[in-house]
Design a protein around this ligand. Structure first.
Ligand code: NAD
Ligand code: UD1
Length: 337
């Protein structure tokens, strides 16, 4: 019995594959490498010392999915595959709805056809939109504010409807807060294309000298130091959350949703300071205007995952910065195959 990991060559997928392999799972990765490199998977193999199957292909390819579910004995799917850049989703909504929503429907149809009814899906805190209730619990109102967020919301709804139609399914929706950090080996990590959109990869590229200074998107928010507050979570903790979710699937939980966050908020200034302490590198910055669509603060109530999955984030901001720096300094150009 194997776990099919769609998008397994990506940032979160590659870290989860390491943890799955080390825990003894058989793994089949399906990834079209549209936002990742084969080298990440070669490194997953070196870290874990375990072999696994890799199929280069698309979740939109129904014939390929048919072959994958026929050729391998798959009992559950972790579905990471998707496009994730908010700005790009505003510029190219159809690309996002096609790849993420139509791609997911194609995958779910293949699962249904082959009687594979266990799935863990990568959702995002972005489905809450701008919430005024902090910390955010899973029962908070949903209201994504961009096409990317709406693809996550739609896929959640589709999975809830599939479960409602057939209680034989088990669906775990994981809403990630802000994943950062890297495997402690420094062999795998986040490798954004071009100039990073997100804070942590931007800071680490400034630290390594690839970018000049960090643009702080506003210091006039109603927060203690005026900069935005987020719930950063170490990607290794996130990966462990997926293993807990896979175990939970065995209890036939139905369709359930969990926040994966630490419950602690960190400001942009605090993050820059922590990165300086972890790397010893000066991080020049300048304050610019707010980024449209940004909330002042966003952090999780992670108590449901603690209670029902037996999962809690263990790694703090210092480890997140240390491991991001370890990856960035060892791989200044990312994967270079
Ligand atoms: P990533 O881009 O590194 O990984 C996604 C992987 O999916 C890539 O390897 C890409 O090549 C692959 N992919 C994309 N479309 C595909 C398709 N049609 N067929 C096959 N493979 C395809 O992103 P990530 O940061 O690892 O995120 C993984 C998942 O978690 C995504 O669904 C993302 O939306 C979600 N998520 C990410 C974050 C974050 O900040 N990184 C936060 C919340 C949710
Ligand atoms: C962003 C996405 C969100 C996605 C999340 C996952 C937007 C509007 N939102 O969230 O949908 O789920 O990534 O990773 O893109 N910041 C700076 N300078 C920078 C970059 C960021 O000051 O160069 C600030 C932001 O204003 C924010 C914080 O740093 O306060 C974190 O930003 P970022 O890493 O982009 O994450 P989110 O905005 O939370």
């Amino acid at each position: 019995m194997a776990v099919l990991v769609t998008g397994g060559a990506g940032y979160i997928g590659s870290h989860t594959c390491v943890q799955l392999l080390e825990a003894g799972y058989d793994v089949v990765v399906l990834d079209n490498l549209s936002n990742s490199k084969q080298e990440a998977l070669d490194r997953v193999n070196s870290i874990s010392g375990k072999r696994f199957e890799f199929i280069k292909g698309d979740i939109l390819d129904i014939d390929l999915l048919d072959r994958v579910f026929t050729d391998y004995t798959i009992d559950s799917v972790i579905h990471f595959a998707g496009l994730k850049a908010v700005g790009e989703s505003v510029a190219k909504p159809l690309l996002y709805y096609h790849n993420n929503v139509a791609g997911s429907i194609t995958l779910f149809e293949a699962m249904q056809k082959h009687n594979v009814k266990n799935i863990v899906f990568s959702s995002s805190a972005t489905v809450y939109g701008i919430s005024d209730r902090m910390p955010i619990g899973e029962d908070a109102a949903l209201g994504p504010i961009n096409p990317y967020g709406r693809t996550k919301y739609m896929i959640e709804e589709i999975l809830r409807d599939i479960y409602a139609s057939d209680n034989g399914w088990n669906v775990i929706l994981l809403r990630y807060f802000n994943p950062v950090g890297a495997h402690p080996s420094g062999l795998i990590g986040e490798d954004p294309n071009g100039i990073p959109n997100n804070l942590m990869p931007y800071i680490s590229q400034v630290a390594v000298g690839k970018l000049k200074d960090v643009n702080i998107f506003g210091d006039d928010y109603p927060t203690p130091d005026g900069t935005g507050i987020r719930d950063y979570i170490h990607v290794m903790d996130l990966a462990d959350g997926h293993l807990k979710a896979l175990e939970k699937l065995k209890d036939s939980p139905g369709a359930v949703v969990y926040n994966l966050g630490t419950g602690k908020g960190t400001s942009v200034f605090e993050m820059i300071d922590a990165f300086y302490r972890a790397s010893g590198r000066e991080i020049p910055y300048r304050v610019t205007s707010r980024r449209p669509g940004d909330a002042a603060e966003c952090y999780a109530d992670p108590s449901k995952a603690a209670k029902e999955l037996g999962w809690a984030a263990r790694r703090g901001i210092f480890e997140m910065c240390r491991d991001s720096w370890n990856w960035q300094s060892q791989n200044p150009e990312g994967y270079t195959e």
